[in-house]
Design a protein around this ligand. Structure first.
Ligand SMILES: NC(=O)c1ccc[n+]([C@@H]2O[C@H](COP(=O)([O-])OP(=O)(O)OC[C@H]3O[C@@H](n4cnc5c(N)ncnc54)[C@H](OP(=O)(O)O)[C@@H]3O)[C@@H](O)[C@H]2O)c1
Length: 274
């Protein structure tokens, strides 16, 4: 990538995206201008990145450069969008038309983005927390009329940290409800399993470690052997054995239904927020 990249909102997610691009040499530090909301944030971010990478606040002249970069990554919280769009209005120059705006903001539709950033080609991306360790999933909605020559640029940015899935925008809420909120559901399950093992007599630290490993090993087995979850369940549950006793309890307690409702509720909430 040779052009400059303005990152508006240089928080956790933006840093997870930019770091591997710097490490791999796909981007150089002096190509990036990161904008944060508060001056206090600058020092701690600067400690973690090379000094050539510019971190600034919205009221600086560097922020104007970020807004007029050929590639802009918008990684602020949804509730910050009204303020940030006012800042953008004051900064964006007419000559920066045909630039690319990549929005990570959960729930903000392409139609709204295009109305605010009419100078740019807008694309929505929905990454999930495992991008922090390079094992994420990123849903991408290109919308209509996204120029084909800019597709690979977007893919180059997200591929180092995640698998990419193209989706119609109408499916992004469901995607987010499963993949972005999913790590929280899974974390709850791991914690519950560890608590169970502690109740059954294992030390806490060991119980947590075993719960993690059971989860990652199971995911790997499902994935590598291309098993349907029902096949794996039936493989493990022998007649009159321990697993089927436990499964009977989980079904009686409504675990499956609780998970279904959780994903549906998260998708509905995502729709509501947009
Ligand atoms: N984290 C996740 O797992 C995840 C997953 C999927 C999608 N996302 C989406 O990614 C986006 C960013 O999330 P995050 O977790 O990275 O949030 P974050 O760490 O809170 O980052 C938000 C960034 O925006 C900056 N900011 C605030 N006001 C601003 C302004 N007026 N102008 C420019 N920058 C401003 C903040 O600076 P200060 O800190 O100085 O205020 C901070 O650097 C969100 O829309 C979120 O929905 C996150």
């Amino acid at each position: 990538m040779t052009c400059s990249v303005g990152v508006i909102g240089f928080g956790r997610m933006a840093q997870a995206i930019i770091s591997p691009l710097l490490k791999s040499g796909k981007l150089k530090s002096d190509q990036i201008i990161g904008v944060v909301g508060r001056r206090e944030s600058i020092a701690s971010i600067s400690e973690r990145f090379p000094s050539e990478l510019c971190i600034c606040t919205p009221d600086s002249s560097e922020a104007i450069k970020a807004w007029n970069a050929p590639v802009k990554i918008l990684s602020i919280k949804p509730q910050q969008l009204d303020l940030v769009s006012k800042e953008a209005n004051q900064c964006i120059k007419p000559e920066s038309s045909n630039s690319l705006l990549i929005s990570l903001i959960a729930g903000v539709k392409l139609q709204r983005l295009k109305a605010i950033f009419s100078e740019s080609f807008c694309v929505r991306v929905v990454p999930n927390a495992p991008v922090f360790v390079g094992s994420g999933l990123t849903g991408i909605s290109w919308g209509d009329s996204f120029p084909i020559d800019k597709v690979s640029l977007v893919k180059d940015i997200f591929e180092p940290i995640s698998e990419l899935i193209d989706l119609p925008e109408a499916q992004l809420d469901a995607f987010l409800a499963l993949t972005s909120s999913g790590p929280a559901y899974v974390a709850l399950i791991v914690e519950g399993l560890a608590d169970g093992a502690v109740a059954a007599g294992l030390p806490r630290e060991l119980a947590l470690e075993l719960a993690h490993k059971t989860l990652s090993g199971t995911a790997s087995l499902l994935n590598k052997k291309k098993l349907h979850p029902a096949q794996l369940k039936d493989m493990v549950a022998s007649p009159a054995g321990t697993t089927i006793s436990a499964l009977r309890h989980l079904e009686k307690s409504g675990l499956r239904s609780a998970l279904i409702e959780a994903v549906v509720l998260a998708a509905e909430r995502s729709k509501e927020l947009s």
